[in-house]
Ligand binder design. Structure first.
Ligand code: ADP
Ligand SMILES: Cc1ncc(COP(=O)(O)OP(=O)(O)O)c(N)n1
Length: 273
């Protein structure tokens, strides 16, 4: 029996409010025509107002989820999101070394928009030293890029420098996301590819508080496109177009930082699916 429908994996935390984490990943992968699977690393009690509580899964249960998926599915691309602490990062690293789930996108989730810590302080060096070198793509936002590259980023030139530093630390391709950049008109992201080619992906910034889950959405869209066999450059461009559309074609849900519109259409959709 064939097992060839595009399948992808997210290794991350849940968001009970449905806007970020595995919820955003599943909606995105489904919308991009890819069958989504998950390894739950942590569960959060969360809504658009913030994170009220969180619990990390026992490492044995994380191992078992990896084993279950490897035994049955033909996963062609995977991503990581919220990994909680150093023990869970190490558990995930060990499993990623054991199984081949295709290109790995590392979204080094550290702090939610409401300020809650989704990665403990002691885990940052483990992400830098053990997870980053496994990454086919790393997708930090500005505070995450600052932590991992250990430098301040206040200009576009510093975004580029951080991208080069992260590549020299072992990530094959780098996307430094500019959503937190303090210019009001644009949301521009810097890309550095494995072959040394670099470029900017630009977008007009939408003035809205409904941006909960943007990082998960762009990284899971890229993962879905890689699972379909797209090149890294095309996957990145589709990811940027999709997250921009989910923000611009926004919906209003909840009373705080609202979720994105994962039903949003992008121009190339007719020949994508
Ligand atoms: N208000 C906005 N308008 C348009 N694009 C945005 C906006 N906020 C974020 N983005 C884009 O969404 C993606 C993720 O954003 P960012 O805030 O940098 O990451 P994270 O959600 O991980 O903190 C990036 O492509 C960024 O440029
Ligand atoms: C469970 C969980 N994972 C990740 C995040 C952070 O998601 P992100 O896309 O960076 O969105 P914001 O939290 O910044 O809005 C999360 N909140 N929860």
């Amino acid at each position: 029996m064939t097992n060839d429908f595009p399948q992808a994996l997210t290794i991350a935390g849940t968001d009970s409010g449905g806007g970020a984490g595995i919820s955003a990943d599943f909606k995105t992968m489904q919308m991009r025509g890819v069958f989504a699977t998950m390894v739950v690393v942590a569960v959060t009690a969360q809504n658009t107002l913030g994170v009220q509580d969180a619990l990390a899964m026992p490492p044995k249960l994380i191992d078992e989820q990896f084993f279950s998926l490897a035994a049955d599915f033909n996963i062609r691309a995977c991503k990581t999101g919220m990994l909680a602490d150093s023990l869970r990062v190490k558990t995930v690293v060990n499993n990623l070394k054991q199984y081949n789930f295709g290109p790995l996108t590392v979204d080094p989730v550290m702090i939610a928009k409401g300020g809650a810590k989704l990665l403990s302080e002691d885990a940052i060096s483990v992400v830098r030293e053990q997870l980053l070198p496994l990454a086919d793509l790393i997708t930090p936002n500005l505070p995450e890029a600052e932590e991992l590259a250990q430098m301040k980023i206040t200009t576009e030139a510093e975004m580029e420098a951080a991208g080069h530093r992260l590549q020299s630390m072992g990530a094959k391709n780098v996307l430094v996301k500019g959503g937190h950049f303090s210019n009001d008109g644009e949301a521009n992201d810097f890309v550095l590819l494995e072959n040394g080619h670099s470029f900017w992906m630009t977008a007009k910034r939408k003035q809205t508080q409904n941006t909960h889950g943007t990082g998960d959405t762009i990284s899971s869209c890229i993962t879905a496109e890689l699972a379909k066999g797209k090149s890294m450059e095309d996957a990145l461009k589709i990811g940027k177009a999709y997250v921009e559309a989910t923000i611009k074609q926004g919906i209003n849900v909840g009373h705080g930082h609202g979720p994105l519109n994962h039903w949003a259409k992008i121009r190339s959709d007719n020949n994508e699916l």
